[in-house]
Design a protein around this ligand. Structure first.
Ligand code: NAP
Length: 475
C-alpha cells in the first residue's frame, strides 16, 4: 500500500479476543512494511489463545502446538497483549475509539445452540461447551460439578467434532489422559466415572455426519472403550448413496467406510462402549428431578428445495434411558456491548469483515472489523481462520489508505496504559502470561504431566502478585 489517508500519528489497531482469528489478523497487519502498524490485543481472560487453550481437547496436543506460532507473533516489537480486560465492561468501544484507528472483533462463539425441546434444562442435561470448558480448565467453567460417579449411560447429541471430543474424553482411561493438560479436577472426576455406555446421536445419516476422518478413526483406537455401530446405522439409504456418488465427497465416503469397519469389528470386550446411532432426533428429555431418559424420533431423509438432504420424523419413537446428556449441536456467538449483532446467526453483521450497521444493510461502521467465528459462524478448523482474518485485515488496510477509519485522539502507548491502569490495574501483559505458562509447565513436569493449568482468574493473579481490585469505571 502507498499511503495512509493523511493520518500523521502512529497507526494503532486493537484486536478484541486472542484466539486463532485474532492472532492471524495481528500477524497480517504486523507484516506490513508500509504503514507500520501497532497491534494491541485485548483479552477477557488473563490467558491468551482462546479455544486453542479452552476448547481443543487435552489429548490433541499436536493441534495445541500452534500456540508456538502465536507466541512468535506476540514477540513482535509492535505487538502488545492486555489480558484480564473485558470489552464492554473494563473498556468500551468508545474508549478504544479514542486510541485506535481500527477495532477488530475476534471474540469467537462463546455459548451453545439450544435444541428447543422439553426437559432440556433438567439437571444432568449440559451443553457440550460447558463440559469442554470444564475439562480444559476454563475459569468460566471451573465451578461446574460433573459428577460421573453413578452415571452409567450418557448421550451426546450431534455428530460434529465437538461430539467426538466429548465422547472420546468420556471413553479415555485416566492413564490415557494423565500426561495431558486436562484440568486436574476433571482428571479426578473422570477417574471416578462409572460411565459404561456413551450414545452418540446423529439426526441425519452416516454420510451427513459433520465429524472428520481422523476424529471418527480415533474413536476406534481407545484403550478400553469399544466403538459399536449397528449394520443398519452404517448403511446408506438410497438418497445418500446417490448423493455421495454424485458429490464425490471423499471425506464423507471415508467416514462411511470407517463406520462400516466398526460394524465388522463389533465388540472386543473392552469395559466401555461408544454406540453410534444415526437418523434419530431427541424430541423430549424426561426425568423427575434429573435426566432419566430421552424420547427419540426415528428419522428419514428427504431432498429439500435447495438440494440438501434433511431429516424428517417417520412417526416412530423409542425411549432411551440415560443418566446424563451433552448437547453438541454447535456453538453460538454472543453480542458485544455497542456493537451490531445479527441474532439469528449469532454473528456480527459484516461485509468481508467490515462491520455493518445491520444484517443485509450496506452501511459500514467505519473502523470496525470482525474475524473468525463471530464473523462467519462456528465452522471450520483452526487454519480456516487464517484466510478469513487476512480478508478482514486487507479491508482495514484499504480503509487506512483511503482515510476511512476511526479518528483517535491519542494513540500513544503511554496514554493507553494510563487508561488501563485507571480501569483495571491487574491487567496482564504477554510477559505476565509467559510467567504463568512457565509455572504451569513446571507444575506439570514435577508430576509427569505436560502442564497443570491454573483454572481460576484469582489463582493466576495471585501467582503474579497482582490485585483483583477494579478501580475507576468505564465511561
Ligand atoms: P458442527 O460441526 O456444526 O456439528 C454440529 C452437529 O450437531 C451436526 O452433526 C449437526 O447435524 C448437529 N445438530 C445441529 N442441530 C441439531 C439438532 N437440532 N438436533 C440434532 N442434531 C443437531 O459443530 P461442532 O461439533 O460444535 O464443531 C464446531 C466447529 O469446530 C466445526 O467446524 C468443527 O469441525 C470444529 N472442531 C474441530 C475439531 C478438530 O479439528 N479436531 C475439534 C472440535 C471442533 P446436521 O449436520 O444435521 O445439522
Amino acid at each position: 500500500m502507498t499511503g495512509t489517508g493523511g493520518i500523521d500519528s502512529e497507526i494503532r489497531v486493537a484486536i478484541i479476543g486472542s484466539g486463532p482469528s485474532g492472532f492471524y489478523a495481528a500477524d497480517h497487519l504486523l507484516k506490513q512494511n508500509e504503514p507500520q502498524i501497532h497491534v494491541d490485543m485485548y483479552e477477557r481472560l488473563p490467558t491468551p489463545f482462546g479455544l486453542v487453550r479452552g476448547g481443543v481437547a487435552p489429548d490433541h496436543e499436536k493441534i495445541k502446538s500452534v500456540t508456538k506460532l502465536y507466541s512468535r507473533i506476540a514477540a513482535h516489537e509492535r505487538f502488545s497483549f492486555y489480558g484480564n480486560i473485558e470489552f464492554g465492561t473494563d473498556v468500551t468501544r468508545w474508549d478504544l475509539g479514542d486510541h485506535y484507528h481500527g477495532l477488530i472483533y475476534a471474540t469467537g462463539a462463546q455459548t451453545d445452540r439450544k435444541l428447543g425441546i422439553p426437559g432440556e434444562d433438567l439437571p444432568n442435561s449440559y451443553a457440550a461447551t460447558e463440559f469442554v470448558g470444564w475439562y480444559n480448565g476454563h475459569p468460566d467453567y471451573h465451578d461446574y460439578d460433573f459428577e460421573l460417579r453413578g452415571v452409567r449411560r450418557v448421550a451426546v447429541i450431534g455428530v460434529g467434532n465437538v461430539a467426538m471430543d466429548v465422547a472420546r474424553i468420556l471413553g479415555r482411561t485416566p492413564e490415557e489422559l494423565y500426561e495431558t493438560d486436562i484440568a486436574d479436577y476433571a482428571l479426578a472426576a473422570l477417574r471416578d466415572s462409572q460411565v459404561e455406555e456413551i450414545y452418540v446421536l446423529g439426526r441425519r445419516g452416516p454420510a451427513q455426519a459433520a465429524f472428520s476422518n481422523p476424529e471418527i478413526k480415533e474413536l476406534g483406537e481407545l484403550a478400553d472403550t469399544d466403538i459399536i455401530v449397528d449394520c443398519d446405522d452404517a448403511s446408506l439409504d438410497e438418497l445418500s448413496a446417490t448423493h455421495l456418488k454424485k458429490a464425490r465427497d471423499r471425506s464423507a465416503i471415508r467416514n462411511v467406510k470407517i463406520l462400516q469397519s466398526y460394524v465388522d469389528r463389533g465388540a472386543t470386550g473392552k469395559s466401555r462402549r461408544i454406540i453410534m446411532r444415526f437418523l434419530v432426533s431427541p424430541t423430549e428429555i424426561l426425568g423427575s428431578e434429573k435426566v432419566e431418559a430421552m424420547k427419540l424420533a426415528k428419522n428419514e431423509l428427504y431432498l429439500d428445495e435447495h438440494g440438501n438432504l434433511r431429516p424428517r420424523a417417520t412417526g416412530q419413537y423409542e425411549l432411551l434411558p440415560v443418566d446424563m446428556i451433552f448437547r453438541s449441536v454447535g456453538y453460538r456467538g454472543v453480542p458485544l456491548r455497542d456493537v451490531p449483532f445479527y441474532d439469528r446467526w449469532g454473528t456480527i453483521p459484516n461485509d468481508r469483515g467490515r462491520v455493518l450497521t445491520r444484517h443485509e444493510g450496506r452501511e459500514v461502521v467505519a473502523g470496525n472489523y470482525v474475524v473468525g467465528w463471530i464473523k462467519r459462524g462456528p465452522t471450520g478448523i483452526i487454519g480456516t481462520n487464517k484466510p478469513d482474518a487476512v480478508e478482514t485485515a486487507n479491508c482495514l488496510l484499504a480503509d487506512l489508505e483511503a482515510g476511512q477509519v476511526l479518528q483517535p485522539i491519542d494513540t500513544r502507548e503511554a496514554t493507553i496504559i494510563d487508561m488501563l491502569e485507571a480501569r483495571k490495574p491487574a491487567y496482564i501483559t504477554f510477559d505476565d502470561w509467559q510467567v504463568l505458562d512457565e509455572i504451569e509447565i513446571q507444575r506439570g513436569a514435577a508430576i509427569g504431566r505436560s502442564r497443570v493449568k491454573f483454572t481460576t482468574v484469582e489463582e493466576m493473579l495471585e501467582a503474579l502478585g497482582k490485585t483483583t481490585e477494579l478501580v475507576g469505571a468505564p465511561k
